[in-house]
Design a protein around this ligand. Structure first.
Ligand code: PRX
Length: 634
């Protein structure tokens, strides 16, 4: 058995030796000349000079040994559709999609924006881009038109791939009107939108830029598109994520480092083996979907289960029945989903045959103790919390059972994963924290393979945002608080910036504020996250109106609050909608005009906001207190 401590130590002390060995997990068309090019810190170029292709490694490479094994099992409880694709089928579908994209002008290095619901074509589109050497950028289907337009303008895609509609909880969401609005708003709208027509939308739009996929697929049915051999450090994708500003960052990832990191994580962290079946209940619009619905299971020769639907429809037993039916070995989701399932009849869980299941992985937000205890007792299987970010692409903290099954510690996702030189640092001095001292979770240079290369199109922003925020040190900041114990276990204590986490979805409070501010009645707004028993956090908005009288009576206030929620739906998407809107006449600010967000969040959770020597007018605090009092009006 490997020992965690030595394994981790080697990865930090001799990263070149460590990762050279791991690189053998994937096919290199041309071997790399250097394991790690450190010539330009904080940038790190892994496997420089090597040529490979993510699609080849995820699909083609398995054709010799597992062509008839299922690669992708698709289940939609929204449409009742279930499909299975063997590796041979997946290969054929990806070639068709790649040929169609190529016929529409997509070339190596071009961006393709993918705005799709959870349908198999989303996986084909991602892998087709990888095959062609095009850079995919998946935009979560829950984002509204202005958010989509902003991403279009940043990525400047050659092609957009979308569908007629998505569906959630039995409700059909028309996509074409959203796409149309985004196309009109964007300055860099692509000439064409490739449309997967699921025939779900009652009224699908017919714009001249829309081209139907199905006839083109027929045309290219027997196509074979060769894989482009990319240098390891060419970009594979851009995935937008929220930060402190209202402008989402395009997290850019490479090809070779990502492939190696994911393949290694499958063994060391997930204990997944070729032939296993993995069900990751997330969305392809998030990093968990990119890494553990699509790439990692396929790189490892596993079967991946893709699910469209909620965990409670038709009933709360659906996921457990999927485990039984598809003999699922590994499952991965967010704690919110488990908190939702906890409210369901436990008989639903017990009635399914879960004997195939080995481990449940949870990530994306803190795993609270009652939820952890409930689910591990109910399943009788190990539950593995793991901590990471869009930026890192794979776990930073976990009990790495494929290395050594260290004991779990309640409330902690575990110890630093191999490859990560993770150090907690004092926010003022930048010095390493003592054991038990709260600090910012940082990573020392170089970040291991698989982590973000840069911010798309903005190296300066990458350096400034991530590598210059800890005083006196050029280290990567996660923007998370944590505390580490004497055995190396880290507990996560929330974000240091204005990012909140609602039901495992990462949202910038600034983005929500900007959406609310676009309403004519609003003078000022502050959005903060507060604890929520199911969703982890909920967004609360405190709004100062231009005309204070506009929300004077409860009926008018309710109407206005609903109008503001609708504005967020339109501007950002329903996922950003605040749980509650409170009207106040002023917001707590410093004398220099900075919003005291942490104080607002503390008050909203009924905590003491602490000393605020710089506050301009303490009366504003009282207003927040009164607004959130249970008896106060919403
Ligand atoms: O604050 C941390 C929280 O989610 C953030 C990253 O979110 P995202 O970019 O969407 O990536 C999710 C990848 C799983 C982190 O900065 N977070 C993530 N995992 C955990 C967590 N907080 C506590 N415990 C976790 N296991």
């Amino acid at each position: 058995m490997r020992r965690y401590r030595e394994f981790h130590r080697e990865s930090i002390d001799r990263p070149e030796d460590f990762w050279r060995r791991e690189a053998a997990r994937i096919h290199w068309q041309t071997p790399f000349t250097e394991v790690l090019d450190r010539s330009n810190p904080p940038f790190a170029r892994w496997f420089a000079g090597g040529r490979t292709n993510l699609c080849f490694n995820a699909v083609d490479r398995h054709l010799d040994t597992r062509a008839q094994q299922n690669a992708l099992v698709y289940v939609s409880t929204e449409t009742g559709i279930e499909r299975r694709y063997t590796y041979a089928d997946l290969h054929a579908e990806v070639n068709r999609m790649a040929a169609v994209m190529r016929s529409l002008g997509v070339q190596r290095g071009d961006r393709v924006l993918i705005y799709l619901p959870m349908i198999p074509e989303a996986v084909f589109a991602v892998l087709a881009c990888a095959r062609l050497g095009a850079i995919h950028s998946v935009v979560f289907g829950g984002f509204a038109a202005p958010s989509l337009a902003a991403r279009i303008d940043d990525a400047k895609p050659t092609l957009l791939v979308s569908a007629d509609a998505g569906a959630r909880g039995g409700k059909v969401i028309d996509y074409t009107p959203l796409v149309d609005e985004a196309m009109a708003r964007a300055e860099h709208a692509p000439p064409r939108v490739l449309l997967i027509d699921r025939q779900l939308a009652p009224e699908r739009l017919n714009a001249p830029y829309l081209i139907d996929y199905e006839p083109l697929r027929e045309q290219h049915y027997n196509a074979h598109v060769p894989c482009e051999w990319l240098e390891s450090n060419e970009p594979s994708y851009v995935l937008y994520t929220s930060g402190t500003t209202g402008k989402p960052k395009g997290v850019q990832r490479d090809v070779g480092g990502y492939a190696v990191a994911l393949a290694a994580s499958m063994e060391y962290i997930f204990e997944g083996r070729a032939g296993d079946t993995m069900f990751t209940a997330s969305d392809i619009g998030w990093v968990v979907g990119h890494s553990y619905i699509i790439y990692a299971p396929l790189l490892a020769g596993m079967t991946t289960v893709m699910y469209e639907g909620t965990p409670v429809r038709p009933d709360g037993g659906i996921w457990w029945r999927l485990v039984e039916q598809h003999r699922i070995n590994l499952m991965f989701t967010a704690p919110t989903a488990i908190r939702v399932l906890k409210k369901q009849d436990p008989a639903l869980l017990r009635s399914a045959d879960l004997s195939s299941l080995r481990t449940l992985f949870l990530a994306g937000e803190p795993l609270d103790e009652p939820t952890a205890v409930w689910i591990s007792d109910a399943l009788g299987k190990p539950v593995v919390d793991n901590y990471w970010q869009t930026e890192t692409g794979w776990p930073m903290l976990a009990i790495q059972r494929g290395v050594e099954a260290l004991p779990q510690k309640v409330g902690s996702p575990g110890v630093p994963c191999y490859g990560y030189d993770l150090v907690l640092r004092n926010e003022h001095t930048g010095e390493p924290c003592a054991q038990g001292e709260k600090g910012v979770i940082t990573l020392s240079y170089p970040l291991p393979p698989g982590c973000m290369q840069t911010v798309w199109g903005d190296d300066a922003r990458f350096v400034k945002t991530y590598w210059e925020s800890v005083p006196g040190q050029q280290v990567y900041s996660t923007f998370d608080w944590g505390v580490q114990d004497e055995n190396g276990y880290v507990t996560i204590l929330g974000r240091t910036d204005d990012v909140i986490n609602v039901a495992g979805h990462r949202l910038g409070t600034r983005e929500i504020e900007e959406a609310i501010s676009s309403h004519a009645a609003v003078a000022e707004v502050a959005v903060v996250g507060v604890n929520d028993t199911v969703k982890g956090q909920a967004a609360l908005a405190f709004v100062v109106l231009r005309d204070a009288g506009a929300a004077a009576d409860p009926a008018a206030a309710d109407k206005l609050a609903a109008a503001l929620a609708a504005t967020v739906d339109r501007q950002l998407g329903a996922i950003g909608r605040p749980a509650r809107v409170h009207f106040v006449s002023m917001l707590p600010k410093t004398r220099s005009g900075k919003l005291l967000r942490r104080a607002i969040a503390a008050l909203a959770e009924g905590r003491d906001p602490g000393d605020l020597p710089t506050i301009e007018d303490a009366a504003a605090l009282q207003q927040i207190r009164e607004a959130v009092e249970p008896t106060g009006k919403a």
